[in-house]
Design a protein around this ligand. Structure first.
Ligand code: FNR
Length: 380
C-alpha cells in the first residue's frame, strides 16, 4: 500500500528505518570507523555535473546494455550482500525473483541465508556467486564446485574483506561474539512487523556454509564470528590465479581500486573487475569506485568488463558512471531498502524507481541510449 507512494530510493530508506530493529538497521546502513569512505561514495557523484545536449530527438530512449555478450534491459545489477535474512525471510530468493523479472543479474553472497539451489531455481535468473576466501582451501573449493553445479554464470571473488572492517556501532550490539545484547533482543520484540516477516521461519542460517563450518560454530551469529576470525590473510594474486583456473565461466574480482590492480586482474585472466570499497564498510578514507573509474578505463581499455558500485541512489548517478566508462553498475543498499520496506514488492519498487529515473534523465540529457554516454555529457 505504502510502497506505491515511495517516489525515491530515499523514501524506501525512510520506510526501512521505521520497520527494522536497530541492530539490523545499523548493519544495513553502517560504514567503518568515521565513515569517511561511506560519505565519499555519495559525494563522488556530486563532483560531476551533467552537460545536456540540445534539440535531440529523444522520443525513443534505450537503457539496455550488453554485459558479457548478453543484453540486459537495465544498466545495473544487484550487488552481493550477506545476511539479507535479517531484513526479510527468504530474502535472497525474493531479490533473485525481482532481478529475474527485471532481467538483471543477482549476485548471491557467500554469507547468504538461502541455499544456492533455491536461488538457482528462480526461472530466467542471471545468477552470479560471490566468493569469500576463509578457512582451509577445501572450503573455497567446495563453494566453487557448488556454484558450478548451480550453473552460476559468473564467480565474483571479493578481495577487500580479508579483515572485517571496524563498524563500531555493530560491536556495541553484541554482548560478546555471537550473542546479542539484552537491549537488542528487546528491540526484536518492539518490532513485531519485522519479527513476523523475518523471524517467522526461525533464526536465519548460513545456508551454504553450515556444513563446512566446525560443528561448534554453526549457529548464526556464532558462525559469522568464526568466519570473520578465519578469513585467509594469505590470499594473494597467486591464489586468485589458482581460483580463476578452477572456475570455468566468467570470473570477476570485486573490491579493487588501484588501476594497477585492474591490470593484474587482467593478467591472471579475470573477465571483469568491480571497482568498489564495499559500500564504505571496510577500510575508511579510501577513494570511491567512481573516483578511479576513468583511470582504470584508460589503463585497461576494453580488456576487462568494468563494473562500479557504491552510493548509487539516483538515475543520474548511473548516467554519470556510464559517462565515465562503466560497463555496468551495482546497487547494494538501494534494493535492500526496498526489501526492508516491503519484501519482494519493495525490491521491485526500488528497481522501478531507478528505471523510471534513468528513462527521464536520458530524455532530459538529450541522450538516446546508455551506450552513447561518454565524457561529452559531463563537466567537472
Ligand atoms: C555488503 N557488501 C558485500 N560485498 C560482498 O562482496 N559480499 C558481501 O557479503 C557483502 N555484504 C554486504 C552487506 C551489506 C548490508 C551491504 C550494505 C554491503 C558490499 C556490496 O556488495 C556493495 O559493494 C555495496 O553495498 C555498494 O554500495 P551501496 O550500493 O550499498 O552504496
Amino acid at each position: 500500500r505504502n510502497l506505491a507512494r515511495a517516489r525515491t530510493i530515499e523514501d524506501l530508506r525512510a520506510m526501512a528505518h521505521r520497520r527494522l530493529p536497530a541492530f539490523a538497521l545499523e548493519y544495513l546502513e553502517g560504514g567503518a570507523e568515521d565513515e569517511a569512505t561511506l560519505a565519499r561514495n555519495l559525494s563522488a557523484y556530486a563532483r560531476y555535473r551533467l552537460l545536456p545536449k540540445a534539440l535531440v530527438d529523444v522520443s525513443h530512449r534505450d537503457q539496455s546494455v550488453a554485459l558479457f555478450e548478453r543484453s540486459m534491459p537495465l544498466p545495473f545489477a544487484i550487488a552481493p550482500t550477506g545476511l539479507n535474512g535479517l531484513f526479510w525471510r527468504k530474502a535472497d530468493v525474493l531479490l533473485a525473483r525481482a532481478a529475474a523479472e527485471a532481467g538483471i543479474p543477482f549476485i548471491q553472497s557467500s554469507m547468504s541465508n538461502d541455499p544456492i539451489e533455491d536461488v538457482a531455481a528462480v526461472p530466467d535468473l542471471r545468477h552470479w556467486w560471490q566468493l569469500y576466501v576463509f578457512g582451509e582451501p577445501s572450503i573455497r573449493e567446495a563453494l566453487i564446485a557448488r556454484a558450478e553445479r548451480a550453473q552460476c554464470e559468473a564467480l565474483v571473488l571479493t578481495i577487500d574483506a580479508q579483515f572485517y572492517g571496524d563498524r563500531e556501532w555493530e560491536q556495541r550490539r553484541f554482548a560478546h561474539p555471537g550473542r546479542l545484547t539484552l537491549a537488542s533482543i528487546l528491540e526484536c520484540a518492539l518490532h513485531p512487523q519485522w519479527a513476523a516477516t523475518t523471524l517467522s521461519g526461525g533464526m536465519p542460517s548460513f545456508a551454504n556454509l553450515v556444513d563446512l563450518l566446525p560443528k561448534a560454530h554453526r549457529r548464526f551469529f556464532d558462525g559469522a564470528f568464526w568466519i570473520r576470525a578465519h578469513m585467509d590473510h594469505r590470499l594473494d594474486w597467486k591464489e586468485a590465479a589458482r581460483l580463476r583456473k578452477l572456475w570455468p565461466r566468467r570470473f570477476l574480482i570485486k573490491g579493487l581500486l588501484d588501476p594497477a590492480d585492474a591490470e593484474k586482474a587482467a593478467a591472471i585472466g579475470a573477465d571483469g573487475v568491480i571497482l568498489s570499497n564495499h559500500g564504505g564498510r571496510q577500510l575508511d578514507w579510501t577513494v570511491s569506485g567512481l573516483d578511479v573509474l576513468p583511470d582504470v578505463r584508460r589503463r585497461i581499455g576494453n580488456r576487462l568488463t568494468v563494473i562500479v558500485d557504491g552510493g548509487v541512489r539516483r538515475g543520474t548517478d548511473i548516467l554519470k558512471a556510464f559517462a565515465l566508462g562503466a560497463d555496468a553498475v551495482l546497487v547494494g543498499r538501494a534494493p535492500l531498502y526496498g526489501l526492508s520496506a516491503g519484501g519482494r514488492k519493495g525490491v521491485t519498487r526500488a528497481i522501478d524507481i531507478l528505471r523510471d529515473e534513468i528513462d527521464l534523465d536520458l530524455g532530459l540529457l538529450g541522450a538516446r541510449s546508455i551506450n552513447e554516454l561518454g565524457p561529452q555529457f559531463l563537466a567537472r
